[in-house]
Design a protein around this ligand. Sequence first.
Ligand code: TMP
Length: 221
Amino acid sequence: MTRSKGCFITLEGVDGAGKSTHIPWLIQTLKDQGLPVVSTREPGGTAVGEQLRQLLLHQPMHLKTETLLMFAARCEHVETVIRPALEAGNWVVCDRFTDATYAYQGGGRELGGAAVQALQDWVHPDLQPDRTWLFDVPLQVARERLASSREPDRFERESRDFFLRTQAAYHERVRNQPDRFLVIDASQTIVAIRKQLEADLLELINRAGGAQAAGNLSEHG
Ligand code: TMP
């Protein structure tokens, strides 16, 4: 896929890692630089995807069904939202993408990576995030954060071992594609995390050719 501009950023991490806290800031920061932004999430991001999300988060189902539905939602999302937005030059910020399937279904639920890879090769062989921010926290911290949040969904109720496997699968993704990932120690303060994110954003904007915007960001950051 040829893209002249735009950038695809995804945010990942186990439940309770705190990634969602930073999304409004990220969107606003990009907008402040005059960059066109599309903010979306998985599973979800389309009418079909949001309906599938309700099923996926609340309805028990076979692991293969779960994995196929994740990719069904993703297919609709890639074809009708992500790809058109990138081709139009937008910055696309997506709360989770295919790394989450490798981590949760492949690792957490022990499906393994091969089936996920096969579905990725079918659904989006030519599309990868330009940058993935992995919010990494000790499991104990993630679980404490989760315990103090809303009613847990089907994934959030999973065991400690499930989350350890999920986290290990995320780490394996990082080892296999170190250039795409930025791993953030999400047990730091929000201010310290923002500093790290801002520096990375500056680099991404520069790389995308937005030198002037990046200059503004560093002046105000
Ligand atoms: P969220 O709470 O971060 O919006 O994510 C919803 C849940 O869906 C989260 O527990 C992770 C899970 N999930 C998967 O298991 N596989 C996937 O491919 C995606 C995108 C999410």
